[in-house]
Write a protein that binds this ligand. Structure first.
Ligand code: ZN
Length: 290
């Protein structure tokens, strides 16, 4: 190796900081990610140590940030609070918990929130981005029987067969790696029960959203199950997806994601058996695919 190449390698290693600590981040920081800082560094003289911070590009500061779209991004195997495309949601829009969203989703949500308020409707975010690690905690607690299904069933005892157990958990929880909440494009609004939206204030909120959300790029992916949507999760009147970003991720999933990519947690072997990609990831309202 030439001395100049050794210098570049040294610069790359020091720029990337701590090594990846799991499979997901290791995938994110592949050769392509490492190549671009080297290329830009090679065009300039070696910087003095004190200039390192000011010269840092987003990908240097976030070497593990996956691109949109990519399998790593799609499966939520990154920390959204450290991704350069994500922003914090202001407390005035939420139920008080801290949330982050893709910045494009957030910008449009702010406009939709203001328009709803002008019509006397208050939209309250009750969930937003949840990454693979968070979903893995929820899923494995149910898979191992530490958390009861619907408050009564120990999944590991009632459903010894992995495919049966996965389907039972999927009534109310996504398999890690398959949730649209990984993407920074999907939000839950006001309440997590369909009955809330059937009358009174909840009906007002839902009627407003069905009439106006599309103007701001939002779509309800989990409409009632039936001929038009035979597979996937039950209806969720609270869940809305920002299509300008989400559609490219859905398209990418159709072309590139495989059931075998859904891995890294207890029960992942059930993913191909239940066709998690076809039935759950793609089992959405047709209007949200366009
Ligand atoms: Zn949701």
């Amino acid at each position: 190796m030439k001395p100049i190449a050794q210098l570049f390698l040294l610069l790359i290693l020091s720029a990337c900081g701590t090594p990846p600590n799991d499979e997901a981040t290791a995938t994110a920081s592949g050769p392509d990610t490492l190549a671009s800082p080297a290329a830009s560094t090679s065009l300039a003289p070696a910087p003095a140590p004190s200039e390192n911070d000011t010269l840092a590009q987003p990908e240097l500061a976030n070497p593990d940030a996956p691109k949109v779209p990519s399998v790593v991004y799609l499966t939520g195997k990154f920390d959204p609070s450290k991704h350069p495309d994500f922003v914090k949601v202001a407390a005035k829009y939420t139920d008080g918990d801290p949330y982050v969203l893709h910045q494009a989703t957030y910008a449009s949500f702010e406009q939709m929130h203001a328009a709803a308020l002008a019509d006397g409707v208050k939209l309250v975010m009750v969930s937003a981005t949840r990454n693979f690690e968070r979903q893995k905690q929820i899923w494995e607690a149910k898979w191992n029987g530490q958390r009861l299904l619907e408050g009564k069933e120990k999944a590991n005892e009632v459903y010894p067969d992995p495919a049966d157990r996965a389907r039972a958990i999927l009534r109310y929880s996504s398999m890690p790696g398959t949730s649209r909440h990984h993407w920074g494009t999907d939000i839950d609004l006001n309440d997590l029960e369909n009955s809330y939206f059937a009358e009174g204030e909840g009906k007002k909120v839902y009627d407003w959203l069905t009439a106006n959300a599309a103007t701001y790029g939002f779509c309800q992916p989990y409409t009632p199950k039936g001929a038009a949507r035979p597979n996937g999760y039950e209806e969720e009147k609270w869940h809305w997806s920002y299509l300008p970003v989400a559609t490219q991720l859905t398209d990418f999933a159709i072309a590139n994601l495989k059931d075998a990519d859904i891995s890294g947690f207890a029960g992942a072997e059930a993913a191909p058996q239940i066709g998690v990609l076809e039935n759950y990831v793609l089992g959405i309202n047709g209007a949200c695919k366009e």
